[in-house]
Design a protein around this ligand. Structure first.
Ligand SMILES: *[C@@H]1O[C@H](CO)[C@@H](O)[C@H](O)[C@H]1NC(C)=O
Ligand SMILES: *[C@@H]1O[C@H](CO)[C@@H](O)[C@H](O)[C@H]1NC(C)=O
Length: 413
C-alpha cells in the first residue's frame, strides 16, 4: 500500500529531522566574501567556488564555519579563486542553472565551465579542489626539480610526455572532465628520471605506489576510462566518499585485464567500522577483511581466518570465480532492510535528547506523529489527491538522504 509506505517514510523522516535539528549549531557567516550578491556577480567572476545551501539544511550550517575559513584562507594566499554561497531556495534560477539536486552542493565555475565537487566536506578537501580546478588544466613540469617536488606531493600523478599530438588532445579532454578528481601534468622526456623507460613517445604515464604504468591504447581502452581507473593508489586509506567515487569510476576489469588477481581489486583500509556496519547491517569486529562489489553493494567475507598470503589469494580468487558467497546487495528487500536498520541506528544513537530533556523529546516525537496522523488521514481520505503533496515529499526525502549520509557516513551527492 503506497499510502502506508509514504506514511512510514514520513514518520522516520520527521523523526530524523527533529533529532538532527536539536543538535544543530548555527554560526553566522559574514558577507565579506566576493560574489555573494546574486547571479550577475557570480557570473562576472572569473573563477568561483560556490556553495548552494538551503536554510533548513543542517549539513549546510555545519559547513558554514569551514566555508568562512576557506574564503579567508584563499584570500590571504592571493588565490584567484573567489568564494561564494547562494541560498538555492531563493536564487532558484541560479540553482537551476547549476542543476543543484542536494544540499549543500559545492561547485566551481571557471570561465563558464562548471565542475562538481563530490569529496568529503572538509576544509582540506575543498581547498585542494579549488586549487586544482582553479589552476591550469595541465601543469607543465619544466625541470627535474619540479617533477620531484610534484612527486613528493601527489600519491598518484599523471604525466603526458612528448610534443603536441592527437594523444595530447585526448589527454586534455580527459583532464577537462577529471580535473575534479586528480591533477594533470605534462613534461618533456629529459625532465623525467633516466630510470623511467618509455617504449615510445608521446606517452601518458601514471606514477604511483613507487612505480609507474604507461598507457597502452590497445590493451587499456579509452584514455579517459584508464585514467579514471588508475587514479586510485594500489593501497590507501579509504573513506565513504572515495569508496563511492571508486564505484562511479567504472569497472576495473578491462576486457584484456591482467591475469593477476590483484589487478581486479582496489585495496585499501578504513578507519572505524561505521560505514561497513551500515553496509553489512551489523557490528563488524575490528580489524576484519571484507570484499565489496561496488556495482551492487554486495559483500564477501572470508570463509576462515586469513593468516597467510595464500589464504588471501584463495579468498580473492573465490570471490572472482563465484565460489565465495555474496551477501547483501541492492535488491528491493535489501533496501528495505537497510532502511529499517538505519532507522534503528538513528533511534539508538540519539537517546540523549530523551534522557536530558524528556519533555522536549516527547514533543519532538509527538509533534511529527500529529502531523503524520493528519497527513495519513488526509492521504487516505483523498487518495486521488496524493500527487498534490509531491513537492513537500521531495524536500523531506532530500533531508532524509542527507541524514542517512551522516549516520552511516555514506555516499556523497
Ligand atoms: C554535476 O551534478 C549535476 C547533478 O548532480 C549533474 O546534472 C551535472 O551533469 C554534473 N556536472 C558535471 C560537469 O559533472
Ligand atoms: C558484482 O556485481 C555485478 C552487478 O550485479 C555483477 O555483474 C558482478 O558479477 C559482480 N561481481 C562479483 C565478483 O561478484
Amino acid at each position: 500500500d503506497v499510502c502506508l509506505f509514504v506514511c512510514l517514510l514520513l514518520l522516520s523522516v520527521l523523526l530524523c529531522v527533529a533529532l538532527v535539528s536539536v543538535s544543530a549549531f548555527v554560526e553566522e557567516l559574514d558577507d565579506s566574501v566576493c560574489c555573494m550578491k546574486g547571479v550577475y556577480c557570480v557570473l562576472l567572476c572569473d573563477v568561483v567556488v560556490l556553495q548552494f545551501y538551503a536554510p533548513w539544511c543542517t549539513f549546510c550550517k555545519q559547513l558554514d564555519p569551514v566555508w568562512h575559513q576557506i574564503g579567508s584562507e584563499l584570500k590571504s594566499l592571493g588565490s584567484p579563486v573567489n568564494v561564494g554561497k547562494s541560498d538555492a531556495t531563493t536564487n532558484t534560477g541560479l540553482a537551476k542553472e547549476f542543476r543543484v539536486r542536494g544540499y549543500p552542493a559545492i561547485l566551481m565555475l571557471k570561465k563558464g565551465v562548471k565542475y562538481n565537487y563530490s569529496g568529503p566536506r572538509t576544509k582540506d578537501g575543498i581547498m585542494d579542489f579549488a586549487h586544482r580546478v582553479g589552476g591550469p588544466l595541465i601543469r607543465s613540469l619544466s625541470s627535474l626539480q619540479l617533477f620531484q617536488h610534484a612527486m613528493n606531493r601527489h600519491d598518484v600523478m599523471f604525466v603526458y610526455v612528448g610534443a603536441t599530438s592527437q594523444l595530447k588532445g585526448n589527454y586534455a579532454s580527459a583532464a577537462e572532465e577529471l580535473i575534479v578528481h586528480t591533477y594533470f601534468f605534462s613534461a618533456t622526456r629529459d625532465v623525467l628520471p633516466k630510470a623511467v623507460a618509455l617504449p615510445s613517445l608521446p606517452a601518458v604515464v601514471v606514477f604511483k605506489d613507487g612505480t609507474y604504468f604507461t598507457y597502452n591504447e590497445e590493451s587499456d581502452g579509452e584514455l579517459k576510462s584508464w585514467i579514471n581507473r588508475e587514479r586510485f593508489p594500489m593501497y590507501f586509506k579509504i573513506d565513504s566518499y572515495t569508496l563511492y567515487a571508486m564505484g562511479e569510476s567504472g569497472n576495473i576489469n578491462t576486457p584484456q585485464s591482467d591475469v593477476n588477481t590483484h589487478r581486479n581489486f582496489y585495496f585499501g583500509f578504513m578507519e572505524g567500522s561505521d560505514y561497513i556496519n551500515g553496509l553489512v547491517m551489523g557490528e563488524v569486529i575490528v580489524p576484519s577483511l571484507i570484499v565489496i562489489n561496488l556495482s551492487n553493494d554486495g559483500y564477501f567475507l572470508p570463509p576462515g581466518a586469513v593468516e597467510t598470503e595464500r589464504h588471501l589469494l584463495d579468498f580473492l580468487n573465490g570471490v572472482l570465480d563465484g565460489s565465495v558467497q555474496c551477501h547483501g546487495g541492492n535488491s528491493a528487500t535489501q533496501r528495505i532492510r537497510r532502511f529499517i536498520y538505519d532507522a534503528k541506528v538513528t533511534l539508538t544513537v540519539s537517546p540523549p535528547v530523551f534522557s536530558q530533556a524528556p519533555l522536549l523529546g516527547c514533543f519532538l516525537v509527538g509533534f511529527p506523529f500529529t502531523i503524520l496522523a493528519i497527513f495519513c488521514y488526509l492521504c487516505c481520505k483523498a487518495r486521488s489527491n496524493v500527487s498534490d503533496d509531491d513537492t513537500d515529499n521531495v524536500v523531506l526525502l532530500a533531508s532524509s538522504q542527507q541524514h542517512r549520509k551522516k549516520t552511516t557516513n555514506k555516499k556523497s551527492d
